[in-house]
Design a protein around this ligand. Sequence first.
Ligand SMILES: [Zn+2]
Ligand SMILES: [Zn+2]
Length: 376
Amino acid sequence: MPLEKLEIVQEGKTNGEGTVMRYRTRKGTDIFCLGVPIFYESGEEWDLGPTFCYLVMGEKTTLIDSGQFDRYEILVSLLKRVGCDVKDIDRVIVTHSHEDHDGNLPELLADSGAELWAHYAFESMIKYHKEINDDASHPEFPGSCRCCLMPDKFNTRCRQYHVKRSNVEIGRHVDGLSAPPGRDYRLLLTPGHAADSLCTVFQEEVLFSGDTLLPTITPHPSLMLEYYVNRRILPDGYGGNNDAYGLIAYINSLYTLKTQCIDVDLLLPGHRLFEKGKINCLKPSERAAEIILFHQERCKDILNILGNRGLKLDEIALELFEPRLRKGWGRFMSQREVMSHLELLSICGDIEWASKEFMSRATGSNNYKEFFVPYL
Ligand SMILES: [Zn+2]
Ligand SMILES: [Zn+2]
């Protein structure tokens, strides 16, 4: 059982911050799980917990994700705790271009000389595209943040980091066409949470999922709206039709994980591997199936809430989410979550937009059920 094979090397906080665990694969490779703290100012009750970064020993020492920006010293000290000097790292695989996962890359790559592997859209996400004139709310930000809805206070914190990040060099643009060297790594393009989400299967035994699969919470889907804004900056093959953004893209990726990781034992996620003082041990294909079902259920709930009323995003979100989840910028997130489902329901013909302020109304059909059938 994988649970018995996860051994605590260093106790941290009950939410997993500072926790270090070791997993030994059947082939005898050690994987160290490092809980790198995240700091948010919002102070709400809701706690995402740390970002889990994974140090994979072996012929090439590989680090999956590098934690939140400005946490480099903590990352280095957790690596030291398991006997790893930054210079020992040969390769970094980044799961997606969110600041709690690709933070510290500039320092880490400079100090280690490691090669960076990333989804082939990652470069578009870290670069600036000021020359492209479109509807982005923040055309002056890098690709990952051109649609940022966060308040200015939030943005100012990461601005400097983005400038540094835009200069990192990508050694391997993972395009899903060519397999990586060696047999241990299988890379899966899984857009949806982010346009450049990348999952890694290691030795057909564990899956590093970033934020595409999480235990105990459902990852946040991106919006199709973001595709319409960002399609001009996406690499070839992403600009023609939308494979990159929104709930449909995400559900496709969940299906990829559900069907292509059937024999993979253990999920090693970007967050919540450890929380409330215990380890969450899940099988990736089962977790992917659960999350697909969750979104089907949520489509049903939203149609029920709408009934025969026309409602705005926030009015739906207010009925759908507990108040504690809507504190601080949780409110933006709840609206975005509703929006991602309305986009799917709109494509299915189950809702129509009743005004320009994203007021929607149910049409009376339930075509979404049919949409989900092939994924179940
Ligand atoms: Zn993320
Ligand atoms: Zn995350």
